[in-house]
Design a protein around this ligand. Structure first.
Ligand SMILES: Nc1ncnc2c1ncn2[C@@H]1O[C@H](COP(=O)(O)OP(=O)(O)O)[C@@H](O)[C@H]1O
Ligand SMILES: [Mg+2]
Length: 332
């Protein structure tokens, strides 16, 4: 953000009563976001995070979605907070006219889970904590007709997920188009609970005794299978990147899925889970939001793994991991 934009942002926060008039503030752009301007604003002891939706996302291929995403995000955060207050930031302010959302900033010891996972710091217990939290968000929202109704309309899931991930990938892999469309159709029929829609490690912040899930702008009433498949697909992609750690990523995925089931999550589409993971893996290479840490060789390995899963050649969860289950199969 330029200095002018920083000033404008601080003035906005003063005008909205988030910061005091006299506040001397510093603005720091937070890394990791592709779809919004996300900044950390610090004024004395006050630290807030500000999100402004961009109409055009910062990725190479054209991909757009409405700025009212921040409204969906604010509403979903309120729901998530009612269910599990310790696992999401508080919404401090929402300016609907300007599409600006202000959130409580994470504690100072926060680390981003994606960064840790890419460095080989893989904690299956955190996978378990996230599975338990997701189970409660899904299960409680499934029983709330108001939530089901609110997130059935005006959500951004099609623009931000179905179109760039599934439909764009089906255009590249024409021979698998029918199978990819079938995954989308199965998912569309299951409108069961509040689904986060971007349940990935980059949206998990944690410290030693807490964890938060952020970035709820793709929240919608839908199929819980999607959140499960999305997180597992991120762990599989990372195991393609760091093959020697594949058993640990697998352990983490299994801890996540196991905790989800033990904590009463909404039953996923068992037959649909693995094919959906396959589509998402393929989308990370040939969709509109490609993975940023794989080289050409890694992308090719992810592509062939994704294709084999979507084609039905690899059908169970143990067959997703590049080196197969257990340390015995691990090679570099
Ligand atoms: N409340 C918060 N406190 C601290 N950091 C945050 C907070 N919200 C987001 N971030 C950081 O900013 C990054 C981008 O924010 P996010 O809401 O995920 O936006 P985007 O839609 O651009 O991905 C996150 O990955 C996280 O590292
Ligand atoms: Mg994000």
């Amino acid at each position: 953000m330029s200095d002018g934009a920083d000033l404008e942002l601080v003035e906005h926060l003063v005008e909205r009563g988030v910061l005091a008039h006299s506040a001397r503030a510093t603005v720091e752009v937070l890394s990791g976001g592709v779809s919004a301007d996300v900044a950390l604003v610090t004024a004395g002891p006050r630290r807030v995070v500000v999100k402004r939706a961009l109409a055009r996302l910062r990725v190479a291929r054209e991909w757009s979605s409405s700025p009212t995403r921040v409204e969906t995000e604010a509403a979903a955060l309120e729901v998530a907070r009612r269910i599990l207050p310790a696992n999401v930031p508080t919404v401090i302010d929402l300016d609907r006219e300007r599409s600006v959302l202000v959130l409580e900033c994470a504690p100072i010891d926060a680390v981003n889970w994606k960064r840790e996972l890419l460095a080989g710091l893989i904690d299956p217990a955190l996978g378990g904590r996230l599975g338990a939290a997701l189970a409660l968000w899904h299960a409680h929202s499934a029983e709330d007709p108001e939530v089901i109704d609110r997130f059935s309309h005006d959500t951004h899931f099609f623009d931000l997920r179905i179109s760039p991930f599934f439909l764009a990938t089906a255009e590249v892999h024409r021979d698998l188009e029918g199978r990819i469309h079938e995954v989308v159709e199965r998912m569309a029929r299951r409108r069961l609970c509040l689904v986060h829609g971007d349940f990935s490690p980059k949206n998990v912040l944690h410290g030693h005794d807490w964890c938060w899930v952020v970035d709820w702008e793709t929240a919608h009433t839908g199929d819980p299978t999607f959140d499960l498949a999305f997180l597992v697909s991120h762990l599989v992609s990372k195991s393609v990147h760091r093959r020697s750690d594949s058993p640990r990523y697998r352990e983490c995925a299994l801890a996540f899925l196991d905790a989800y089931r033990r904590h009463g999550g909404v039953p996923p589409d068992e037959a649909g889970l693995v094919p959906m993971i396959g589509c998402l893996l393929l989308a990370r290479v040939d969709g509109k939001s490609p993975v940023d840490y794989l080289d050409e060789d890694g992308r090719e390995r992810l592509r062939s793994l994704g294709r084999a899963i979507v084609a039905g050649e690899r059908r169970d969860l143990d067959a997703l991991w590049p080196d197969g289950p257990g340390p015995a199969g691990v090679t570099r």
